[in-house]
Design a protein around this ligand. Structure first.
Ligand SMILES: Cc1cc2nc3c(=O)[nH]c(=O)nc-3n(C[C@H](O)[C@H](O)[C@H](O)COP(=O)(O)OP(=O)(O)OC[C@H]3O[C@@H](n4cnc5c(N)ncnc54)[C@H](O)[C@@H]3O)c2cc1C
Length: 439
């Protein structure tokens, strides 16, 4: 506490990574200010309510393997608001949904549904039981596996599981092409989804209850876009419109391209990481007057994945009532329809109505009658939706962490400095805070 008392730290970005950093630095006794460009905190963890429907604009769920997120939920007094989703998801193939438990993709249900053969399951078990799973929050710890793309690694080892289970999770949950993704990221996904133990969770008043509670404990300035961060040996200058702030250290917790625009003097490894590409996301939230829980294969199912052999415009879907019945009005439903990353890039600037009509036929195929039962739609766009994990990024992260000087002034945080999920974004902010505090 003592040595931080007279230190001033600026955090750029009030997403979960920036807020995690700010909270820990504040707790260590430093003065900390978070500058956020938009009019709300939470970034890509953002929830909205409309006409009695609660839906997530970004982060859809946590899992019980998220130690950092669950720790923060407890610390913020939000434990009573945790809700378990239904344990069921479905894979849409051969023109119909195949139901299976979400925490055990490679299991007996994948066999009985015909998605995997006994040989596929045996091969999966053989090739994965000997692996040592590093922590699910720190991508740099996966550097030893960051040597090959996920497609060439999984095809001979997972059999049909590569196409029917792994590829749909990467494409539908992370907007990544399996050929362009490191096996390190794919293995981390398998560690999270195939262990048979994890439960999927949400927060009753929206997943952004967590960043909102964290923001209430630190000084956050909204609508305060940072334009430049310039480091010098004695401190950092932070330029905003009409204001210049001096700090001892800065945590830059925006998405990668924004960080690159703000922090132009980054060294080679910083520049490499700030060039991380993203998969774009367009999500069409469709509120309907009926639910689909009586349709075969959809009973109590909260998520649908669509393997690429069966894929058209939609790559994945979440079904809000099966996350928590309180999220929708009685007898209604909210379908969150995720457009494929390629389509999202193509449709990013289209008007909402054009996006809706482009996906309508595919929605009808997956949920017959859904548009006829429409109450309202909400189209959400994230140009930088989810950071991609090409081969080499985990190794670059390991090098970044190994080579930062103890008295570094600018620290990069955000999910592109980890894995493309909330738990890892928290770790990156907490790690940056730890380095500043340890100084
Ligand atoms: C549609 C979608 C669904 C997802 N689903 C899940 C899921 O189910 N589970 C899961 O674990 N993860 C999920 N994720 C990923 C998860 O949302 C992210 O990993 C996490 O929210 C990233 O947090 P962050 O703090 O790194 O970045 P962000 O949340 O993007 O925060 C960056 C912040 O910086 C601000 N900013 C930008 N420019 C400036 C500037 N110049 N000055 C000041 N501030 C600035 C932004 O406004 C933003 O608030 C999903 C993501 C998306 C897009």
């Amino acid at each position: 506490m003592g040595k931080m008392a007279n230190r001033r730290v600026v955090v750029v970005g009030a997403g979960i990574a920036g807020l995690s950093a700010a909270l820990r630095i504040r707790q260590a006794g430093a003065e900390v200010t978070v500058f956020e460009s938009s009019d709300r905190v939470g970034g890509r963890t953002s929830s909205e309510t409309h006409d009695g429907y609660l839906y997530e604009r970004g982060t859809q769920f946590f899992t019980s393997t998220y130690r950092n997120a669950l720790g923060l939920i407890k610390e913020m007094g939000l434990q009573a608001e945790l809700r378990s989703t239904s344990p069921w998801i479905t894979v849409f193939n051969d023109g119909r949904p195949h139901r299976m438990p979400s925490g055990m993709l490679f299991g007996v249900y994948a066999l009985t549904s015909g998605l995997l053969s006994v040989r596929d399951l045996a091969r999966f078990t053989w090739h994965t039981t000997s692996l040592r799973w590093p922590a699910l929050d720190n991508y740099s710890a996966w550097a030893a596996y960051d040597d090959q793309d996920a497609a060439s690694w999984s095809a001979p080892r997972l059999g049909r599981g590569a196409e029917f289970l792994l590829e749909p999770v990467l494409a539908g949950g992370m907007m990544q092409r399996i050929e362009e993704t490191s096996r390190a990221c794919a293995l981390a996904v398998l560690a999270m989804t195939a262990n048979g133990r994890s439960k999927d969770l949400t927060l009753a008043r929206g997943n952004d209850s967590l960043p909102r509670a964290m923001a209430a404990r630190v000084d956050v300035k909204l609508e305060a876009p940072v334009q430049a961060v310039e480091a010098a040996p004695d401190g950092v200058t932070v330029r905003l419109s009409g204001e210049t702030v001096h700090a001892d250290a800065v945590v830059l917790a925006t998405t990668a391209s924004v960080a690159a625009g703000i922090y132009r003097a980054g060294d080679k490894i910083e520049r490499e990481l700030m060039a991380t590409p993203y998969g774009s996301v367009i999500k069409v939230g469709l509120a309907t007057k009926r639910d689909w829980s009586h349709d075969p294969g959809l009973s109590n199912v909260w998520a649908m994945m669509i393997p690429r052999g069966a894929r058209r415009e939609i790559v994945s879907v979440t079904i809000e009532s099966a996350k928590d019945p309180e999220r929708v009005t009685r007898g209604g439903e909210m379908l969150n329809l995720f457009v494929t990353a390629d389509n999202a890039e193509r449709m990013m600037d289209w008007p909402d109505e054009q996006v809706e009509s482009a996906v309508a036929a595919d929605v009808e195929r997956l949920f017959p009658g859904a548009f006829a039962a429409k109450q309202f739609t909400r189209v959400v766009r994230w140009r930088e939706g989810m950071p991609k994990s090409p081969v080499g990024r985990a190794r670059a992260l390991a090098e970044y962490r190994r080579t930062r000087p103890r008295d570094g002034r600018v620290w990069l945080a955000g999910d592109y400095m980890g894995m493309p999920w909330l738990e890892s974004a928290i770790e990156t902010g907490t790690w940056a805070a730890g380095r500043i505090v340890e100084g």
